[in-house]
Design a protein around this ligand. Structure first.
Ligand code: TYM
Length: 331
């Protein structure tokens, strides 16, 4: 079986972008691949130095991962800081990464804009740590949303440089999505990608209750409708259709597509329908997450079990790496 790795930061509530961009694929992949799913707490420190809520965020996120269907019997679900081998590989990979390329990374430039007073070295080398997450298990496929594509490309570059210098240790990983193209869910106000830090009323969280889901969807950005037959949809309208394709029936989508093409679409009706389908889709996940969240003991067991399996795999890779580099002196 091929090895798969993906990660998610414990920086806030899981939203629909995380779910449809990545988590949904993880649940499916655990049936077919050797899957490692990592809660990347070190990554969250690059932008969230205050650790007061870190523990509760990690536990809630673990609960949400279990609630969407990840099964610790089928995949290795673990926390990054439980695997110190990742930090050692990160150190070696830092020698494969150039300052210039790190400064040019799109996510780095975004973060500099968002947190101009905390442009720390961890933020600059964020993609190197991500590469270490992936390469420590010698993963081949990395199921992620569109925003992570550049990081995976950088991972390949670091791995190639390492292989070139020290020998073929790492397979070159690829970003993956079952749908083919990587997914980008936009925020409901149409201002950019849905994200943990964007406008909360324009972000649908897995934890939102039914009323809040309805309220947010009814506020989603639309306009007065097309005026020409078969127009091209603006981004924000495309996004509402995109969400509908994810949770509504094909017939429902086809009806509103036809209405759009014929210039008779009523976005109010469309959003009402989407809200009901979304509530039906998200309700059971939320209720499962609530039930698991209260079971701290169970989550602790999951974390400990994941740690053991992840470390075994990580240690095996690190031995190969040290040997290839000649960074071992006693045999
Ligand atoms: P993070 O925590 O921001 O997001 C987790 C996953 O959700 C996807 N995602 C989206 N997909 C589509 N549309 C959106 N609006 C949207 N928002 C988020 C992300 O693409 C991601 O797949 N750097 C990573 C975490 C990470 C990682 C790794 C991922 C660390 N190490 C190793 C893969 C492999 C991040 O910040 O994801």
């Amino acid at each position: 079986k091929e090895t798969v790795l993906s990660g998610i930061r414990p920086t806030g509530f899981v939203h629909l972008g995380n779910y449809f961009g990545a988590m949904r694929d993880w649940v499916r992949m655990q049936e077919e691949y050797d899957c490692y799913i990592c809660v990347v707490d070190w990554h969250s420190l690059t932008t969230h130095p205050d650790t007061k809520e870190l523990q509760s965020n990690v536990y809630r996120l673990m609960g949400e991962l279990l609630a969407v269907g990840l099964d610790p019997e089928k995949c290795v679900l673990y926390v990054q800081s439980d695997v110190p081998e990742i930090a050692e590989l990160y150190l070696y990979l830092n020698m494969m990464a150039y300052k210039g390329e790190l400064e040019k990374t799109a996510t780095f430039k975004d973060k500099v804009r968002q947190h101009p007073n905390n442009v720390n070295a961890g933020l600059l080398t964020y993609p190197v740590l991500q590469a270490a997450d992936i390469l420590i298990h010698r993963a081949l496929k990395v199921p992620v949303g569109k925003d992570q594509e550049q990081h995976i490309e950088m991972t390949r570059n670091f791995a190639e440089r390492f292989n070139h210098r020290y020998g073929e240790i790492f397979p070159l990983p690829q970003a993956f999505s079952y749908g083919g193209g990587l997914i980008k869910i936009m925020s409901l106000d149409g201002t950019g990608k849905m994200s943990k830090s964007a406008n909360q009323m324009a972000t649908l969280y897995l934890a939102d209750d039914d009323e809040l889901i309805r309220k947010k969807i009814m506020k989603a950005k639309t306009d007065s409708g097309p005026t020409e037959l078969h127009s091209v949809k603006p981004d924000y309208i495309e996004n509402v259709f995109g969400l509908m394709k994810l949770v509504s029936s094909e017939d429902t989508v086809a009806k509103f597509e036809a209405d759009f093409n014929n210039c008779v679409i009523r976005y109010g009706d469309m959003k009402k329908q989407l809200a009901e389908d979304m509530v039906r889709f998200m309700g059971p996940i939320r209720e499962r997450a609530k039930a698991i969240e209260n079971n701290k003991e169970e989550i602790t067991r999951v974390i400990l079990r994941g740690k053991e399996k992840a470390r075994a795999s990580a240690d095996a890779t690190l031995q190969l790496v040290r040997k290839a580099m000649g960074v071992n002196y006693t045999g």
